[in-house]
Structure formats: structure tokens, C-alpha cells
Ligand binder design. Structure first.
Ligand SMILES: Cc1cc2nc3c(=O)[nH]c(=O)nc-3n(C[C@H](O)[C@H](O)[C@H](O)COP(=O)(O)OP(=O)(O)OC[C@H]3O[C@@H](n4cnc5c(N)ncnc54)[C@H](O)[C@@H]3O)c2cc1C
Ligand SMILES: NC(=O)c1ccc[n+]([C@@H]2O[C@H](COP(=O)([O-])OP(=O)(O)OC[C@H]3O[C@@H](n4cnc5c(N)ncnc54)[C@H](OP(=O)(O)O)[C@@H]3O)[C@@H](O)[C@H]2O)c1
Ligand code: SF4
Ligand code: SF4
Length: 507
């Protein structure tokens, strides 16, 4: 039986380069790679050699005959990707004469100059670690990573859900990169506070900003700042022990919590709030959060999507990971619309709708449940006499002719004392760097930071603060490869100044 890509796939494409028969798609060179929710193995060409299994940093590839029941659906999901015309694939051979990056992505090339190059990277999340890995292919390059927290790897540690142990194992790969002798990682150094960006630029010929998008988007409705409304950023930080949020007091006394937004973060939050604490005890969840969850009264989490099921922001692998693992998920069939509304062109959305329809037809299970609700937009937070949240008023919605979400005129109030906004993350402006306030990103040209269209010498950007808060861990690999390619081209063409301060202390 052919091998199968399963839920934990984070899209880094390492398997693509390991496969001898080029049966894993889309490859980074094919259209659709940047938007694909996972990679897929073509069952008709896979020769079952197993090479991809060891290449995958998160153990997402399983031989077909060993697929556990809860992942059985992924065999069909992989096969369905190849039902239509598959794009032609291009596969670059890897030149083993040089140090191979631990997370290979494209053909390594030799630098045309021998001069040493010192690069500073701000942040140690996935984008920083993939950038370091790309740079360290070249023996002339040394890298210093500056991380403001006491532990490295950004959202791979403080974002990925504690029960997603396979995904979290990507940190082993990052550990290997950090252990490279030419890689120096400095924790508890906040650039801009403990050390200035200017000082970094004097110390290194090039600096890459990889600080991520650390805040949440704000919900602009009445009473959105009332006690009882929390951002997913804070809740995720709380259950993952992020130093900024570990001490949060989360009110778990209500029987119902409401999550606004239905992206993958919303599913993570809903799953953790309804999970059996005994099953969480064997995960990496913060002990403080676990203790609080043991006394939680929550027995329903309502996840609100402002558009219909076909536009749900969660991905198919995460949906399957939720509904096929015994989590009690309920959906009102009326929320899914009529069969005619469900006609869609792309295979992933079609599969998502099939799974949702199947769940809507299931009898409700026992124990705490997650209700996926669609066509509901939040319009106001209701407060009790004590000023604390007592409910959420929502408008029923439809998609208008222009494609915009519009209210139908029907509204509904949901009783709750805990509302979680999970409507996406946002980058923040960094002193001394240009900022696109609309998109919340640092403007760039192929990773070179630009001021009014003019590249700023020696300054680069990668990850969520470059492209916005979307994509999986592996998406940052191709993103960082682009930034590093620009940086190395500038080095080769003599555009990077010599360091003036290499040996002086930072300040
Ligand atoms: C809640 C959540 C769960 C997720 N789960 C998954 C998942 O299961 N699978 C998946 O594939 N993807 C997941 N993702 C997406 C993935 O985590 C991101 O694509 C990825 O982390 C973005 O990488 P980054 O390096 O740009 O940012 P980050 O991971 O945010 O890293 C930025 C780093 O920079 C540091 N930093 C910031 N400012 C400074 C400064 N001034 N000085 C020094 N250091 C600084 C931060 O402390 C942080 O360590 C999840 C995202 C979130 C929000
Ligand atoms: N396991 C994983 O692979 C994993 C886990 C977690 C996160 N991630 C990735 O990390 C990224 C961020 O995830 P995310 O869940 O934070 O963001 P997201 O996928 O962008 O989802 C944001 C959600 O908020 C909704 N929303 C936005 N503004 C709203 C408003 N004003 N009112 C009501 N709803 C609103 C959006 O609805 P509309 O669609 O209508 O705008 C959408 O449902 C994603 O790329 C995600 O895939 C991956
Ligand atoms: S098992 Fe071998 S042939 Fe099949 S996808 Fe993996 S590497 Fe390719
Ligand atoms: S995580 Fe990477 S190596 Fe693993 S299946 Fe997905 S794309 Fe392939």
C-alpha cells in the first residue's frame, strides 16, 4: 500500500526532495504550493521505498498499511489530489559536495566569494531557524540568533497546540540547526530594548528581522474589551506557558465558551478547552493551565464562522484531526445550507464539506462538545450587572452578490461568560524599520527591507512579519530561502558593508 501524508504535515517539502520517483506534490516549484493545505502522495506512482518517512521532520508520513483508524481518511485525501490533472513536477538533484541544510529545499550552490559573512537574526521562530539553516550551508557564513524569550523557536514552542506532539517535534530539527558550530543563539535579548538594531547592524554585515506577528487582530464591536473577553493569543500563550501569558487568570466557570473566528487556532483552542484533562496531562501543556482545566465547568465551546462552511478558515487536515479522533463535534445541518450551495470546484473544499455534512448527520456524543456554527457574525458583547461578559449577540449572515458578508436581519444571543477572539494575528511596527500599517508587515522586495521602494542596505525580513500571519511552519522555509537568496546575492555583489563593531560588546 502506498505511503500517505497525514495531519501533522506542515508543508516544508523535505519529503519532495527525498522521494526517488517524484510522487509528492505540489512541489515548491509547482503552482499551488504556497496555498496548499498539505502535501499529497500519488498512490499510483509511490513505490513504497520509505525514503520520505525519515525526511519528514514531524512524522507526518505513514505507510498505508500502518495508518491508524483515526487517520484512515487521509488515504482518500491523498488520492483525491491526483484525481484531476496533476501539474508537471520539476525535481532538482541535490549536490552533496557541500553541507546539506537539515531542512533541504532547493539545490545548494557555491558562493562566488570567499569573504566571511556574519549575519544577525532577530527572533528564533521557524522563519529564523530556516533562514539560519539556509545560510549555514555556506562555510563562510556565521549566524547569531537573538531571541527575547528564555526559550527558543517562537510559535513552534509557544503556539503549536500542546497535544500536537508530532508537529512540536519539529523543534528537534531546529535544535540540530542551533547546535551547528557556526550558529550562536542568544536568549533573553530583546532587540530594540536590550540591544539596539543599530548596534546589531554595526556588529553584523546583514541583519534579518524574523520577529513574527506577536499581537492579535482587534475585534471592533461594543464591549470587546470587557472582562471575560480574551484573545486566542493570550489563551494559547497561557496553555503553552509563554512567559507573557503564563499567569493569566482564565474564567472557566461558565458552561459555555464562544470562540469568534474559525481558523486552525480557533480549533486548537476549542479542542484544548473541551479535552479530558487526563489526556492533556501527557502533553506539553503548562501545569498551571492543566490545574485550572481540571476544575473547568465548560461543557460546550461554540466556534463561530462569519461565512459559510465552504469558506471556513480551518484546513482539511485539522478538521479531520478533530472529527476522527473521538472529539464530540456537533453541527446544525441547517448551518451547512442546501446541497446546491455546497457545489464547489476545488477538491479540498469539497472534501471539507463532505466531512462537515457527515458530522452534521451524526448523533451527538457524550461529554463536552464543540459546536461548529456558520453564518454568524459577532455584533456586541453583552454584559451582566457586574460589568463582566454575560453573552454574545450575533447576526446571522449571508454572502451578498459582491461576495461580502451581510446580515440577514436575524440575530441571536448566546449566553456565555468567556469569549475568545481568534480572528488572526498582527505584526507590530519596529522602531527604526519601515512598516505597512494596513497589512501589519515590514515592506520588502524579495526579503530586502525597502523604504519607499528603496532597499535598505544590509537589512532583510522573513516569516510572518514579512508576508503576514498565514501559513504553516514549513511555509517559512520557502519564505526564508527567498530572503537568504537575496542576502547572499548582495554579499556576492559587494553590497554588504564590513562590520565596524564585530568585537565590541552589544549596547
Ligand atoms: C496558535 C498557533 C498555532 C499554530 N500551530 C501550527 C501548527 O500546528 N502547525 C503549523 O504548521 N503551523 C502552526 N502555526 C503557524 C506557525 O507557528 C507560523 O507559521 C510560524 O511560527 C511563523 O514563524 P515566524 O518565525 O515568522 O514567527 P514566530 O514563530 O512568532 O517567531 C518569532 C520569534 O521572534 C521573537 N522576537 C520577536 N521580537 C523580538 C525582538 N525584538 N528581539 C528578539 N526576539 C524577538 C519572538 O519571541 C519569537 O520567538 C501556528 C500558529 C499559531 C499562532
Ligand atoms: N495545525 C496547523 O497547521 C495550524 C494551527 C494553527 C494555526 N495555523 C496557521 O496559522 C495561521 C493563523 O491562523 P488563525 O486561525 O489565527 O487565522 P486565520 O486562519 O486567518 O483565521 C481567522 C478567522 O477569523 C475570522 N475573522 C477575521 N476577522 C473577523 C471579524 N472581524 N469578525 C469575525 N470573524 C473574523 C476569519 O473569517 P474570514 O475567513 O471570514 O475572514 C477566520 O475565520 C493560519 O495560516 C493557520 O493555518 C496552522
Ligand atoms: S515511500 Fe518512497 S516512493 Fe513513496 S512517496 Fe515516499 S519516497 Fe516517494
Ligand atoms: S511536513 Fe514536510 S516532509 Fe512531512 S509530509 Fe509535510 S511536506 Fe513532507
Amino acid at each position: 500500500m502506498p505511503h500517505v501524508v497525514t495531519q501533522a504535515c506542515c508543508g516544508d517539502a523535505s519529503c519532495v526532495y527525498a522521494c526517488p520517483v517524484n510522487c509528492i506534490h505540489p512541489t515548491p516549484e509547482e503552482p499551488g504550493f504556497g496555498t496548499s493545505e498539505m502535501l499529497y502522495i500519488d498512490p499510483s506512482t509511490c513505490v513504497d521505498c520509505g525514503a520520505c518517512v525519515s525526511a519528514c521532520p514531524v512524522s507526518a508520513i505513514v505507510p498505508g498499511h500502518r495508518l491508524p483508524d483515526e487517520q484512515a481518511r487521509f488515504a482518500d485525501i491523498n488520492a483525491a489530489h491526483f484525481d484531476g490533472p496533476a501539474a508537471d513536477a520539476v525535481r532538482f538533484p541535490v549536490d552533496t559536495a557541500q553541507r546539506l541544510p537539515l531542512a533541504p529545499i532547493s539545490k545548494p550552490r557555491q558562493l562566488s566569494v570567499d569573504a566571511p559573512l556574519s549575519v544577525g537574526i532577530v527572533g528564533s521562530g521557524p522563519s529564523a531557524m530556516y533562514a539560519a539553516d539556509e545560510l549555514l550551508r555556506h562555510p563562510q557564513v556565521s549566524v547569531t540568533i537573538y531571541e527575547r524569550l528564555d526559550r527558543p523557536f517562537g510559535l513552534a514552542r509557544f503556539g503549536v497546540a500542546p497535544d500536537h506532539l508530532a508537529t512540536r517535534s519539529v523543534m528537534r530539527l531546529f535544535d540540530d540547526i542551533a547546535r551547528e558550530p557556526r550558529c550562536d543563539i542568544r536568549l533573553n535579548v530583546a532587540v530594540g530594548a536590550d540591544v539596539t538594531l543599530d548596534a546589531l547592524q554595526r556588529r553584523h554585515q546583514a541583519v534579518i528581522w524574523a520577529g513574527g506577528a506577536p499581537t492579535d487582530r482587534r475585534l471592533d464591536i461594543e464591549n470587546a474589551d470587557a472582562p471575560g473577553v480574551l484573545s486566542a493569543t493570550a489563551l494559547v500563550g497561557w496553555y503553552n506557558g509563554h512567559p507573557d501569558h503564563a499567569d493569566l487568570d482564565v474564567d472557566l466557570s461558565s458552561r459555555r465558551a464562544v470562540v469568534i473566528g474559525n481558523g486552525n487556532v480557533a480549533l486548537d483552542v476549542a479542542r484544548i478547552l473541551t479535552a479530558d484533562p487526563a489526556s492533556l496531562a501527557v502533553t506539553t501543556i503548562s501545569r498551571r493551565a492543566l490545574a485550572a482545566l481540571r476544575h473547568s465547568a465548560i461543557d460546550e465551546v461554540v466556534v463561530l464562522g462569519r461565512r459559510g462552511a465552504a469558506h471556513a478558515a480551518f484546513t482539511l487536515p485539522e478538521l479531520v484531526g478533530l472529527v476522527d479522533t473521538g472529539v464530540n463535534v456537533v453541527i446544525d445541518p441547517a448551518d451547512l445550507g442546501s446541497a446546491a450551495d455546497l457545489v464547489v470546484d476545488d477538491a479540498t473544499t469539497r472534501a471539507k464539506l463532505e466531512v462537515l455534512a457527515e458530522v452534521a448527520g451524526r448523533p451527538p456524543g457524550d461529554g463536552p462538545r464543540i459546536r461548529l456554527a456558520f453564518h454568524r457574525s459577532p455584533s456586541a458583547v453583552r454584559l451582566g450587572p457586574d460589568g463582566h461578559v454575560s453573552g454574545l449577540v450575533t447576526d446571522h449572515t449571508r454572502i451578498g452578490d459582491s461576495g461580502a458578508v451581510e446580515p440577514t436581519g436575524v440575530s441571536e444571543s448566546i449566553d456565555t461568560s468567556l469569549i475568545l477572539t481568534s480572528i488572526g494575528y498582527r505584526g507590530v511596527a519596529i522602531a527604526g524599520l519601515p512598516f505597512d500599517d494596513v497589512r501589519g508587515v515590514i515592506p520588502h522586495d524579495a526579503g530586502r527591507v525597502v523604504d519607499d521602494g528603496v532597499p535598505r542596505p544590509g537589512m532583510y525580513v522573513t516569516g510572518w512579519i514579512k508576508r503576514g500571519p498565514s501559513g504553516f511552519i514549513g511555509t517559512n522555509k520557502t519564505d526564508s530561502a527567498e530572503t537568504v537568496a537575496s542576502l547572499l546575492r548582495d554579499h556576492e555583489s559587494g553590497k554588504l558593508a564590513a562590520t565596524s563593531d564585530a568585537l565590541s560588546p552589544l549596547g
